[in-house]
Write a protein that binds this ligand. Structure first.
Ligand code: PGA
Length: 241
């Protein structure tokens, strides 16, 4: 690993009720986060305020799993970037494939990225190809197109403030691991277009995180299922050393 920061981000998705969330956060607080690791937790919106209180004074940073493309106003059910900022958040995941799969377009992703940046939040922008695209050898082409339309369509000053997460759809929640050399190739390709940190996500666990984190162009991991257990998340943090 280089001396740059290593990002370990946990995406809790739609999991954990109040008590479970408190238990996980207490367990995480007992772990040690080395100074070179940026440990980011992204609970569901409803858990953010409680998490912010429980994590006060700890090295953990908080992020949301999505953000509205709109500013505050008459948008029922939406959560604005300024509301997230108001809670002291630092990050927001944008364009996760589970939302793209529900119809979120690259254009909307770019609007969400801009909304986040306006409030000084760092967007973690997810990109990734489907299994069919992977099988057809279209991984690089697909992520390059998503990058172009969702991030490079912004100004260079905006684009350089994002973090990218390469998350092949077929590796998310499936236990099917993307070969680290493929993840490295995609990360290098993305970095050739935009010099920002690139994370890998998709079935990352304590026992395989090190394989990704030792890749030259991978600066961290975005973890779903394995971020719901304190011990597992902390094992991934340790793999960054
Ligand atoms: P997973 O999810 O680690 O459960 O595969 C990753 C993600 O969707 O961010």
């Amino acid at each position: 690993m280089t001396v740059n920061k290593v990002y370990i981000a946990g995406n809790w998705k739609m999991n954990l009720h109040r008590e479970e969330s408190v238990e996980l956060l207490k367990g995480l607080r007992e772990g040690k986060i080395p100074s070179q690791v940026e440990a980011i937790l992204c609970p569901p919106f409803l858990r953010l305020e409680g998490a912010a209180e429980l994590l006060e004074g700890s090295p953990y940073k908080l992020g949301a799993q999505d953000v509205s493309k709109y500013e505050n106003g008459a948008h029922t059910g939406e959560i604005s970037a300024s509301m997230l900022k108001d809670l002291g958040l630092s990050y927001v995941i944008v364009g996760h494939s589970e939302l793209r799969g529900e119809g979120q377009t690259d254009e909307e992703v770019s609007q969400k990225v801009r909304a986040a940046l306006r409030e000084g939040l760092v967007p973690i922008v997810c990109l990734g190809e489907s299994e069919e695209e992977y099988d057809r050898g279209l991984s690089l082409e697909t992520v390059a197109r998503q990058l172009e339309e969702s991030v490079l369509s912004l100004s260079p000053e905006e684009a350089e403030k994002v973090i990218l997460a390469y998350e092949p759809l077929w590796a998310i929640g499936t236990g099917k691991n993307c070969p680290p050399e493929v993840a490295q190739e995609v990360a290098a390709h993305l970095k050739g277009k935009l010099k920002v940190p690139v994370l890998y996500g998709g079935s990352v666990k304590g026992n395989n995180a090190g394989e990704y984190l030792s890749c030259q162009d991978i600066d961290g991991v975005l973890v779903g299922g394995a971020s719901l257990k304190a011990e597992e998340f902390l094992t991934i943090v340790e793999a960054a050393l």
